[in-house]
Write a protein that binds this ligand. Sequence first.
Ligand code: ATP
Length: 219
Amino acid sequence: MQELFIDSVTHIFGEQTILNGVFINCKIGEVVGLLGRNGSGKSTLLKIIFGSIKPDNKYLKLDDKLLTKGYLSKEISYLPQDNFIPNEITVSDAIEIFCKTHQQKLLEIQFVYNNLKKKFRNFSGGESRFLEALILIYSDSKFALLDEPFSQLAPLLVDEVKQQIHYMKQFKGFIITDHYYRSILDVSNRVVLLHNGSNYKINNIDDLILHGYLPDLKA
Ligand SMILES: Nc1ncnc2c1ncn2[C@@H]1O[C@H](COP(=O)(O)OP(=O)(O)OP(=O)(O)O)[C@@H](O)[C@H]1O
């Protein structure tokens, strides 16, 4: 069983302690949902795991191997909040670069197959987001960190992304964050909440109310 493991993550921006001893792990076959209010440090945590932010402290392991930057292992991919595939690249080029192992299954998605020769500059914002999310879901790495994969997507595309994550989790582990919390609850095997710099295990909606992520409508 392969496992991505990060512990003791502390990160301070200026005078603000964003993360204070955070722990999160993910195994192949698992989707771990990461929730938290705006500014709670979700993107910062994913960037620390990937290696694009150097934290004040962290302990990052892939199985028994200690990592300094996740991306150097080539086993961790990251979907950032902003577009990351250059405008001049075609869908087919992007698939060749990122998705060698599971390419055939990705090509079975009609929208992908029908647009292979089209450049990213010629898609709408939501279409680009959909394609980038699919390419990361089908990428060759063993773990994928997805930062707001549902943003800009209409409900049918949100469902399609959820289905594809569900299919690919037999081969990969996912850590996924988004403000569409119901979709996160649907697609995840377990959920972690970031709040006041710490991580909390979430078992049900009541836990999200208890920790102040959702309003208590009964109060
Ligand atoms: N480069 C930076 N310099 C200073 N502060 C930063 C920097 N990047 C992020 N922050 C601060 O760190 C905190 C956490 O930011 P982060 O983007 O990780 O939050 P988030 O949980 O992903 O939020 P959102 O849900 O709004 O995307 C915020 O208060 C933000 O203002």
